[in-house]
Design a protein around this ligand. Structure first.
Ligand SMILES: Cc1ncc(COP(=O)(O)O)c(C=O)c1O
Length: 385
């Protein structure tokens, strides 16, 4: 079965043969057991709301199959997926390696929570590849990748990192939020665990928060138990929305890519722009790695202007008609924010004397977006003293 077909049809084998296309929503905390004997059984699929509902089981199954894993857990946010995945594999006294380009709250989780639990984190340059082995210690337990990186968009050599890690019995966890499982499958490139913020491209409509973690069979029990112990669960309405988002993931991702490429190429030729950080552009330093390991690019990229941060840049953003100012990405609507990666880097440097921006290119007509950006550059010029 081709992937686009899988996306619309997997996870439809709902119990009771109800013949409903979408797994229905059950609002349930209490599940009534068939008899007192069942209290001693741990095999009931549904025994309490936190365990899941027909919709969450259907959705998990679709995700796991799309990512090439055995099964998946759902978490109340992408950040909860990150913390749950890491906590599954570490204990006091362990050391972990985390990409310097990680989502900033991932860094905070390591620097605050893991430190408190006696787990040490070293941040590494995301372009390190196989040379990551120079950071391995006897107590290194896992490598946490995010490719491309948040805000700076470096693509990592996942197969090389995984090979080096596995040679020492070290696990690899990948945050796959940017590409979504439609364009990138870390488990097929050597990663042991793939997680994502469902909030972004799978949800796709800016109306829910959720995360997922997919594991192969050999790591499933560990992940399932940690997830249960932490008490993570997701509401049935959000699962329904996420499942609905997944059904159109393929067409949305292709359109995000087409629109983003057109806008990114236009931006690259503007005098106000120093660099566009988009792996799909041949000018991106790891474009070849992206071509080798990804089936496509999402609609999110970075831009560095030739000018420093200023009120004029803010007026450029404030006047956009189609680009909202908002922290997320992955929805059908375009977004823009200013960024300063230097505030969340320790192993690499970032020159913040020039304005950093992150754009999410939505499903609007790219010509309208380009006109909006062009008017923004006119405002930038007008308001620059
Ligand atoms: C790469 C990446 N991972 C994880 C997250 C966290 O997702 P959530 O907002 O669903 O907690 C984000 C959010 O922006 C992200 O960009």
């Amino acid at each position: 079965m081709k992937e686009d077909t899988e996306i619309v049809s997997k996870g439809r084998d709902i119990e009771d043969d109800m013949r409903i296309v979408n797994a229905p929503v059950f609002h349930a905390s209490t599940v009534l057991l068939p008899n007192a004997k069942a209290l001693k059984s741990h095999d009931l699929k549904y025994n309490y709301g936190r365990r899941g509902s027909p919709a969450s089981f259907a959705f998990k199954k679709s995700l796991a199959e799309l990512e090439g894993g055995y099964d998946a857990v759902l978490t109340p946010s992408g950040l909860a997926a990150i913390s749950t995945a890491i906590l599954t594999f570490v204990k006091a006294g362990d050391h972990i390696l985390v990409t310097d380009s990680c989502y900033a709250p991932t860094r905070r989780f390591c620097e605050v929570m893991l430190k408190r639990l006696g787990i040490e984190t070293t941040f590494y340059d995301p372009t390190i590849g196989a040379a990551i082995d120079r950071f391995f210690r006897d107590n290194t337990r896992l490598v946490f990748c995010e490719s491309p990186g948040s805000q700076t968009f470096e693509v990592q050599d996942m197969p090389a990192i995984s090979k080096a890690a596995h040679a020492k019995g070290i696990l690899v966890i990948a945050d796959n939020t940017w590409a979504s499982p439609y364009f990138h499958k870390p488990l097929t490139l050597g990663a042991d665990i793939s997680l994502q913020s469902i909030t972004k491209y799978v949800g796709g409509h800016s109306d829910l928060l959720m995360g997922s973690i997919t594991a192969p069979k050999k790591h499933w029990d560990a992940l399932f138990h940690t997830h249960s112990i932490l008490g993570s669960s997701v509401g049935p309405d959000d699962v329904y929305l996420a499942q609905r988002g997944l059904r159109t993931l393929a067409v949305r991702m292709r359109q995000h890519q087409e629109n983003a490429l057109k806008v990114a190429q236009w931006l690259e030729n503007r005098p106000e722009v120093k660099r566009v950080l988009y792996p799909a552009l041949p000018s991106h330093p790891q474009h070849d790695l992206w071509k080798r390991d990804f089936a496509g690019a999402s609609g999110t990229f970075g831009v560095v202007l030739t000018t420093p941060p200023s009120d004029a840049v803010e007026s450029m953003l404030d006047g956009y008609i189609h680009f909202g100012i908002g922290y997320s990405f992955g929805g059908y609507e375009s977004l823009a924010i200013t960024v300063d990666p230097s505030t969340s880097r320790s192993a690499t440097s970032w020159d913040s004397s020039k304005t950093g921006l992150r754009y999410h290119i939505g499903l609007e007509d790219p010509d309208d977006l380009i006109a909006d950006l062009e008017a923004g550059f006119a405002r930038l010029k007008e308001n620059t003293p």
